[in-house]
Design a protein around this ligand. Structure first.
Ligand SMILES: C[S@@+](CC[C@H](N)C(=O)[O-])C[C@H]1O[C@@H](n2cnc3c(N)ncnc32)[C@H](O)[C@@H]1O
Length: 192
């Protein structure tokens, strides 16, 4: 099954996956920075983890998914791409994994529950290797987080959480953050 087939499945089944321009940006980042180990929060059907695992420098990806249907589909897709030895897919709420994790990573790709990024952040910083990076996707949240679109009450706490995350990573003097106008907004944060 090709990546195109994964994208088609995602479209037909309304599974959100990383947009093409954002994925290209991440793959370029991995190649340019010799990224070896990755933690991805939010596997969905493993489009992102398989795309990242195709980069030559990458030796291991741990990817976390809370939804059983997505997780099963992800496992099938990882197996079909012969990547079971490179991608460790876990069915778990990211908050529990972060508590128990004793590994460190070169890159953490945040593509899960947007409102939780701010709560995850202190632990994520502990789990980064020196010069490690966090890439957070969807930080504009369809224009709601930037204020271009009025946030419905159902999304308010998530949007507030996302704004707090961006505020913290852009103002924390120990971090260097760049925001890219790609896809739905990409936030790249490095330890100084
Ligand atoms: C945007 S999709 C991920 C897309 C994937 N990164 C890709 O590019 O193919 C977000 C996923 O995060 C999962 N998710 C939401 N809350 C989560 C949590 N607390 N822990 C782990 N996964 C979670 C959702 O079930 C969903 O499948």
């Amino acid at each position: 099954m090709s990546l195109t087939a994964l994208k088609l499945y995602a479209k037909q089944n309304n599974v959100p996956i990383t947009k093409d321009d954002t994925m290209e940006f991440i793959v370029d980042y991995i190649n340019q920075n010799n990224v070896k180990t990755i933690l991805e929060i939010g596997t969905a059907i493993a489009f992102g983890s398989i795309s990242m695992a195709m980069c030559e420098s990458v030796t291991h990806i741990t990817t976390l998914e809370i939804d059983t249907t997505n997780y099963r589909e992800a496992l099938n897709n990882i197996a079909k791409h012969n990547m079971l030895d490179k991608i460790d897919a876990r069915l778990i709420d990211a908050k529990w994994y972060l508590q128990e994790c004793d590994q460190k990573f070169d890159l953490i790709y945040l593509d899960g529950p947007k409102g939780q990024y701010i709560n995850y952040l202190p632990r994520l910083l502990e789990l980064l290797n020196p010069n490690g990076t966090i890439i957070a996707d969807n930080i504009f949240f369809h224009g709601m987080a930037t204020g271009e679109i009025v946030t419905p009450s159902s999304c308010r706490s998530m949007v507030n959480g996302l704004r707090q995350y961006v505020d913290e990573v852009t103002h924390n003097p120990k971090l260097e953050t760049h925001i890219y106008q790609l896809g739905d907004g990409v936030c790249v944060t490095r330890l100084k």
